[in-house]
Design a protein around this ligand. Structure first.
Ligand code: S3P
Length: 425
């Protein structure tokens, strides 16, 4: 797909529902008693993988335009699937569902696409194993395909070496089926959607600093959930609005949970003009409209506790840094290497091809901003966040940019190019 230098971005856009919250709404709805109704659900391929898995586990789910109805069967109501579960490209589906499957009285196999088959699963196999779960990597390489056999689970206190909401949520979900309380302590707080939503469904979940503790065997009751817009999707429009001269856009109803809003802090540190309007709450999740105006940016340093709050936005932060005066350092972000692609490597290669001065480090990137970028051929490596990052970067680069595998945006934002075009008209 081809992109070139654009007009200023003007007008209003509403980004689709949050991916993390959409996955969890289906999963927790499936484990609760009664019908959970979800509106503004993200119809991206990853969330559709979650729906397909729970249908195979015996949960009737109606996916009608505008709403999803999940006819939950309670904590112990799943049934053995007829064959292996397919988690597609979705790390969240794969890791969270393992926590649930570990507590079932039947065995399951699961697998995903080529990317999922390279992503580390030892990070969940270790703690689940400590709880007594029988979980095996069928090729012995610590990746999917995985087999999970029925076994009694014990409550543990797990100190996670990584700040990962997927690891934390997996363990908390297994904790629903354990014989005592289960705690997870992370080095930094990762997104807390599981804790917030499980509480709404009726589970007892306590959060203290970077430790979350869940009590086993709650009665979960169906909920009405309206999913806020995904700040990770909004990030591409924020970036486009900031770097394309004379832009001014309003991004409506974006989730601004403090465990997810690092992109706003980093952009403001870089000198961005972003105003929050209409602040509100949806099912305990804070939301706002974001007014973004073109800004002159300067470099910054991003690291430490901020990293988990913008982990998926770091590729677009690297792109933004090319348009900022001075140096930007991204550190403590080694997790980028094990996302849908190695996002340090793919960003350095593709931004270099556009003329950027960027170097890879062990745990991030260093970008010398302020020199003009030019169009190039971009290999998205079928990573949705890379395709969207370069669609936006191309709007402020000279000449033409060609993105290979551009339709991988269907993973998290099926209408992305249409919405971008609408703002550029
Ligand atoms: C997610 C957590 C993050 C994030 C992913 C979604 C979630 O992964 O990168 O896109 O929904 O829990 P990690 O927990 O592995 O950092």
């Amino acid at each position: 797909m081809k992109f070139q230098k654009g007009n200023p971005l003007k007008g209003t856009v509403t980004v689709p529902g949050d991916k993390s919250i959409s996955h969890r709404a289906v999963m927790f709805g499936a484990l609760s008693e009664g019908t959970t109704r979800v509106t503004n659900f993200l119809q991206g391929a990853d969330c559709l993988s979650t729906i397909a898995c729970f249908e195979k586990l015996g949960i009737p789910i109606e996916n009608d335009p505008g709403e999803i109805l999940i006819h939950g069967k309670g904590l112990h109501g799943l049934r053995a699937p007829a064959g292996p579960l397919d988690t597609g490209n979705s790390g969240t589906t794969t890791r969270l569902i393992c926590g649930i499957l570990a507590g079932q009285p039947f065995s399951t196999e699961l697998n995903g696409d080529a990317s999922i088959q390279t992503r580390p699963m030892k990070r969940i196999m270790d703690p689940l194993g400590q709880m007594g779960a029988q979980i095996e990597s069928l090729r012995g390489n610590g990746c999917a395909p995985l087999r999970i056999r029925s076994a009694p689970l014990h409550g543990i206190h797990y100190r996670s070496p990584v700040a990962s909401a997927q690891v934390k949520s997996c363990i908390l979900l297994a904790g629903l089926y354990a014989d005592g309380p289960t705690s997870v302590t992370e080095p930094y707080l990762s997104r807390n959607h599981s804790e917030l939503m499980l509480r709404n469904f009726g589970a007892s979940v306590k959060s203290e600093g970077t430790t979350a503790t869940i009590q086993p065997n709650p009665r979960l009751l169906s909920q009405e959930i309206r999913v806020p817009g995904d700040i990770s999707s909004a990030a591409y429009f924020i970036a486009a609005g900031l770097i394309v001269p004379n832009s001014e856009i309003l991004i409506k109803n974006v989730g601004i949970n403090p465990t997810r809003d690092g992109i706003l802090h980093v952009c403001r540190d870089m000198g961005a003009d972003i105003t929050l309007l209409n602040e509100d709450y949806e099912n305990g999740e804070p939301t706002a409209d974001l007014l973004v105006r073109h800004s002159s940016l300067h470099g910054t340093t991003v690291g430490g506790a901020l990293i988990p709050t913008l982990i998926d936005e770091l590729p677009v932060v690297a792109a933004l840094a090319c348009f900022a005066e001075g140096t930007t350092v991204i550190r403590d972000a080694q997790e980028l290497k094990v996302k849908e692609s190695n996002r340090i490597d793919v960003m350095v290669k593709n931004l270099s091809a556009m003329g950027a001065r960027i170097t890879a480090t062990e745990d991030g990137m260093i970008i010398e901003g302020g020199s003009a970028l030019h169009g190039a051929v971009i290999d998205s490596r079928l990573d949705h966040r890379i395709a969207m990052t370069f669609a936006v970067t191309a709007l402020a680069a000279d000449g033409e940019t060609f993105i290979q595998g551009a339709d991988c945006v269907r993973i998290s934002y099926p209408g992305f190019y249409e919405d971008l075009e609408h703002l550029c008209r």
